[in-house]
Every structure is written in structure tokens, then in C-alpha cells.
Design a protein around this ligand. Sequence first.
Ligand code: 13P
Ligand code: SF4
Length: 393
Amino acid sequence: MTRKPLSYYQSIPEETLRNRIDSIRRRMGARLRILVHYYQKEEILAIADDVGDSYGLSAAASKSGCEVILFCGVRFMAETADILANAKREGNRRVTVVSPNPDAGCRMADMATLAELENAWRLLGEAVGTEGLVPVTYVNSSAEVKAFCGKHGGYACTSSNALAVMRRVFANPDSRVFFLPDQQLGRNVAAWMGFPPEQVFSYHGGNSVVKTNVQQLVRDGFLPAGSVEELTPAAELDRDAVGAAKVILWDGFCPLHQRFTVEQIDRARRARPDVKVVVHPECPREVVARSDEAGSTKKILDLVAAAEDASVWAIGTERRMVEALQRDFPTKTILPLSDEMPMCHSMNTITLASVCRALEGIESGYPDGVVTVEREIAQPALLALERMLQCKG
Ligand code: 13P
Ligand code: SF4
């Protein structure tokens, strides 16, 4: 069935789009749930049934009880929702997960492919063996990477429960962790666990996807020159160093959170000595170490919500989240940690126009943008995701 292109919907006035969306929601009732991540625009947050961080939205998907989920976030989130929402399905009835833009990827998730992970696992095995080595993937990863972790006794984790997952793994003191794709979350959690730097090894096995990403980002002027070396430590797989490591880090990162600096924190403190600095743990280790608090988007929200009126906060995360805090807490001073207010462009591709188009497709019975994870990948990925959901942050 042919549907009008997105450009047609983009020409419709916002008020009309809102009315069309509301009508579909009313007609579909409990058969439809709209899940929205905190980085979405105000108008998308306003139509949510559930708003949350990655952990909260995963939990919401796993007990959605609806026929269709419209997921307003990036692709790995929709894939995760598809796996979890269909984990206990009966017969042929599936929960259909639709994304208003299924091409909205996460640049960090793209920095670890299954082929690269398999190669890394083989190299690590040759160097020091994989006995006791537990793969832990940040949920910002492909379903294939999660499936690899599930098959190898590993876990997925989110920024809200990465520490709880690590504690679970290290309940066995002989364990070692291979953490991917986010080197920064991995490094932060290793530090919170009390591992000294010599027990944390930065893996770099000629990872072409990371390198291409970094070089492109430098060319685009999005990361400063020199980042390639800093971000992809060209460590050889030296048996002694890998053998001594309790945590081995993949060399991925979030291009947006990588831009926060210690200098920004120092500047914020000079300008407002009473400021509390809170950042997302995808920020570099030195930034997290210099902050007052670090946590998932939900934790950032909870901290600001619980704070006294007139308190002052500098927030180190995505622009839309900072704007939402400024709107929702007018009695508190909410400052962006960085004047440039970095934005996740993938998240930002979702608009009322793309949501309206997706919903009209759903209602017609011929939806576009369906995100489905094949059974052979979904089943092992589910193992990693279920272990993730069992660890509360
Ligand atoms: P949260 O789980 O903290 O919402 O993080 C998701 C994310 O992609 C942050 O960049
Ligand atoms: Fe991925 Fe960074 Fe966007 Fe989060 S903010 S979805 S980690 S690219």
C-alpha cells in the first residue's frame, strides 16, 4: 500500500497533526502504546504513554500488553522493545514495534559490529583465554551484539544499572569483564567498582568502524583533531596487560557526550559556586570524576526534581533533556554545562509529522517502519536483556 511521503506530512500544520494523532490514539485505545525517550522534543514527550530512560522503556516494553508499540527513540531501543515485548508471546500473536524513523541509529552502537566483536573475542582468547571472561554490552548496541553476549553467558546493561550488573558479575571474584561498546561508561563503572587503572585495559584491535567514525567526526569538525589517538589507544594486545585486567574496554563512545570537558565544569563552578554539576556517565572519566553526580537520564531528572527550590544545576547531557528540565522546574536554575548544548541528531529526526505518518500506517493495517529482530538473534539477545532487567540500578 502506498502512503504519502513524509514531505506531505511535513506540510500539514502542527495543530492538524496533533488532532490526527489524538484521534488515532482515541480510536486505538489500549491496543497502542507510545514509548518516548527523554531526549525527544517537547511535542513528542507530550503524546507519550511512557517516558523513560533505556531501562525504564525496556521494562515498559516487556509488560506493555498492547498490540502495537510506537517507539520514539533510536533504533537499538526499538529493537530491544521488539525482543522484550515478544518474549512471552503466545501462538502467532506478535506485538508490532514501529519506529517513526527506523533509520535513526545510535553512532555509539554502530561502533561495535558482530564481526569485530567475534574477532576481538578470538584475539583475546588467543592472548589470555576467555575462561571467566564475561561480555557485558551497553544496551546501546545492535541486537546481534546482544545475542553474542547472551550466548556467552553475558549481560546487557543500561546507564542506570551498569554498576549493579558489574557487581553481579564480580560476585564471582575470578570473573573478568569485556565491556562494550562505550569505553567511557565502562571506565566510569570500573572506577566506581574500585578497579585501579592497571586493571582496566583499553582494547583496540584495528577496529575499522570506530576509526572511520572518529576520522569522519574530526573531518566534520565535530571532534577536535587529535581525538583519534586519544579515543582509540593503539594498544597492542600485550598478554601481560590484558592478563592483569579485570575490565577490558571496547573503544566506542558517544560523539555527543565525548564533547563535555573538565574546563566546562571549572567554568560553571567559577560562575556559580553553589552549582551542582550532574552529567551522564557516557562522559569521559575525568568529567564524571569532577562532577557532583553522574547518572542516567532518569537519575538526572530525579535529582533535579528532588532538589530545593532555587538550587542551581549544570547539566551535562543532551540538549532536549536540558530544555525539558528548564521547562519543568522553573523555580530552579538549570544551566547547560556546555554553551553549545549538543544534540543527538538521530533522536531529533522524530517529529509530529513522522509520528502522524507512522500512526496512520499502523491504523491502516499496513505500517511502515516496523522494527523486527529475527528469532535466531532475538532468542539469545533476550538472555542478555533478561539478565539486565534482573539487575536494578
Ligand atoms: P539513558 O538510558 O540514560 O536514557 O541513556 C540513553 C542514551 O543513549 C544516552 O545517550
Ligand atoms: Fe547514541 Fe549518543 Fe544519541 Fe545516546 S546521545 S542515542 S549514545 S548517539
